[in-house]
Design a protein around this ligand. Structure first.
Ligand SMILES: NC(=O)c1ccc[n+]([C@@H]2O[C@H](COP(=O)([O-])OP(=O)(O)OC[C@H]3O[C@@H](n4cnc5c(N)ncnc54)[C@H](OP(=O)(O)O)[C@@H]3O)[C@@H](O)[C@H]2O)c1
Length: 303
């Protein structure tokens, strides 16, 4: 297993996709756990993907070819939800190109955002988003970081009514934004919220996640690895003694399982640019979930 992973890494780095892809297929267990979107009952796999940073590459470059292997692993492993934004340094255009080249548009639940300060800007940005993503509609349209939300949420709803977006939502990425997110969840009809929740930022479990559950709002989790920082904290550290019992064989799986162990969470959207890491992440999407005691042990370790 280790040898295979090492070869995968080397192969991906060299862009040897034809050699890599058969292993990608064989190494992924099928049957990702799913959760229902409360507003419709539509089921989504609990492991999704993000594109910030990791998809900000040049079209046609070696990194671009590597991302093709990432998405192949993702879709063949049962993944569906991919989150992007028009302000991720061209990541949405890379995603659109990869989806088109791989023939994956029909398999992908595309979540993107409006990040604008006026209706006029939002309209121009939305037209650009469709072009970048190479589609005429998206699955989820979110107001990025609550920016100008009183104007942008009604605009997102208008696009939903026109059949351009199937769901609408709001996002934030800091615990300091979660009171504002909660206020909007209480006062507005939303399909989704996207927030940060991780072993070292567990605040959402106290009020916001239970509130979303009560209100029937689906939840995407960003920054489950604290934007990658958690990995430097566990460098050379063994997994907890109970990891195997929790069905986990890597820190990445453990961090993702922490996120999806809250029942309010629909899908966690970790980012990676590496196919071996993508394969590993998909392994987190299976029972058993972490017990409350296991979750507390992680919060204590990383808090
Ligand atoms: N306000 C918002 O709406 C908002 C804010 C933040 C994020 N998001 C969304 O949520 C997604 C996830 O958040 P994020 O990208 O900020 O952070 P994240 O998923 O917590 O971390 C991603 C980082 O972890 C690294 N990584 C992944 N697996 C690893 C491993 N096994 N070992 C070491 N490093 C590893 C990745 O690098 P490699 O590429 O090298 O693997 C990447 O740099 C974003 O991509 C975006 O779609 C939304």
């Amino acid at each position: 297993m280790y040898a295979r992973r090492d070869v995968l890494r080397a192969g991906a780095a060299l862009g040897i996709l034809s050699a890599v892809s058969p292993w990608l297929h064989a190494a992924v267990p099928s049957g990702l756990l799913t959760r229902a979107i409360p507003s419709t009952g539509e089921a989504l796999p609990v492991i999704g993907a993000g594109t910030s940073g990791s998809f900000e590459v040049e079209p046609g470059s070696a990194q671009y070819q590597q991302l093709k292997a990432v998405l192949k692993a993702f879709f063949e492993g049962g993944g569906k939800v991919i989150d992007t934004s028009p302000n991720y340094g061209g990541a949405d255009a890379i995603l659109g190109q990869l989806l088109e080249e791989g023939g994956w548009h029909a398999r992908c639940f595309i979540a993107t955002k409006i990040a604008a300060d006026s209706l006029e800007d939002a309209k121009a940005q939305w037209a650009g988003s469709l072009k970048s993503l190479r589609t005429d509609k998206v699955d989820l349209l979110q107001v990025h970081n609550l920016r100008d939300w009183r104007t942008q949420l009604p605009y997102a709803r208008e696009l939903k009514q026109q059949g351009k977006a199937r769901y609408v939502g709001i996002t934030h990425y800091l615990e300091s934004g979660q009171d504002d997110v909660a206020r909007i969840v209480r006062s507005e009809a939303l399909d989704f919220v996207q927030i940060n929740y991780s072993v070292n930022s567990p605040q959402a479990a106290r009020e916001l996640l239970p509130l979303c559950q009560d209100k029937g709002v689906a939840v995407l989790i960003n920054r489950a690895f604290d934007d990658g920082r958690l990995f430097s904290k566990v460098k050379d550290q063994p997994l907890p003694a109970w990891a195997a019992e929790a069905g986990v064989s890597s820190w990445a799986q453990l961090f993702l399982k922490f996120a999806i162990s809250h029942p309010a969470v629909t899908t966690v959207i970790p980012a990676t640019s590496r196919p071996d890491r993508q394969l590993d992440q998909l392994k987190a999407g299976h029972e058993p979930m972490l017990s409350p005691a296991q979750q507390q042990a992680l919060i204590k370790q990383f808090g």
